[in-house]
Ligand binder design. Structure first.
Ligand SMILES: [Zn+2]
Length: 260
């Protein structure tokens, strides 16, 4: 059902607050999106109706026909009255789409008692999954230009994301697309395996680190989730000494964090 509200309009204070919350200020990589939230008005209602809006720059022709962009940031606020989810999609030209759903009176959310609030954007290496609080599989990746990334898999939520140590951004990766790349990389054609992305999470450790890194590498070439400086160094390839030292010091940090 189309909303009857008059557009374009400014973001409402509660909308702005929640959108900026899933784009943490202290992570430099979210700054570009924060700026869009702070400057673009709500220009249109998205295809899912009320709660789903499109911000756009002045003079931009809003497009709601093309395939939806991928998810950029996602957070959840749990209240006594229900759970509100906040999704921000990847910017597409002069427009940025977001959705808030799950609570009928979203404007009242600010006054409800919160039980828990979490987002994928806030995750840091060696932390539990922000969503289900269980431990995740972390695969550290380094590029030849010494950029460090962590590929993260949560089996419980069936979620994959990649953390970029430089920008601080956690980019969510669609499981099906990633799994297709993994199957191409490993040369598995048996449809029972190749068409069942759930297997990625059912048998933890079934895929080696190097297979997962290769799958990420080719997926990233297709969708450009993370801007890579240099090439990814594949696990198992001989690493220069400085990389081994970096990995050793990261492992040391991880231990300290866990002890706290
Ligand atoms: Zn999880």
């Amino acid at each position: 059902m189309r909303s009857l509200e008059r557009l374009p309009r400014e973001l409402k204070p509660f909308e702005r607050e929640l959108l900026l919350w899933v784009l943490p200020k202290e992570r430099t990589g979210y700054a570009k999106y924060r700026k869009l939230i702070e400057t673009w008005p709500v220009a249109a209602v998205g295809r899912r109706g009320e709660g789903n809006y499109i911000l756009a720059e002045a003079g931009w022709n809003v497009d709601i026909e093309s395939p939806l962009p991928q998810l950029f940031a996602y957070g959840v606020v749990e209240h006594e009255q229900g759970t509100l989810t906040i999704s921000i999609l990847e910017r597409s030209g002069g427009q940025l789409e977001f959705e808030m759903e799950g609570v009928a009176d979203r404007a009242a959310v600010a006054n409800l008692r919160q039980i828990r609030k979490w987002s994928f954007s806030e995750w840091l290496p060696s932390q539990l999954c922000p969503s289900c609080r269980s431990s995740v599989r972390e695969i550290r990746m380094t590029t030849t230009a010494s950029q460090t990334l962590v590929l993260v898999l949560c089996g419980r939520d069936r979620r994959i994301w990649v953390y970029d140590g430089q920008s601080g951004v956690n980019s969510l990766i669609p499981v099906t697309g990633f799994y297709n790349e993994l199957m191409l990389q490993t040369g598995i054609h048996d449809p029972k395996v190749a068409l069942d992305p759930n297997r990625l999470f059912q048998i933890p450790g079934a895929q080696s680190e190097s297979q997962l890194i290769r799958a990420f590498s080719s997926y990233n070439r297709l969708r450009n989730k993370v801007v890579l400086e240099g090439d990814l160094i594949m696990a198992g390839e001989r690493k220069p000494n400085w990389i081994r030292r970096t990995v050793a010091s990261l492992a040391g940090k991880k231990k300290q964090t866990r002890q706290r």
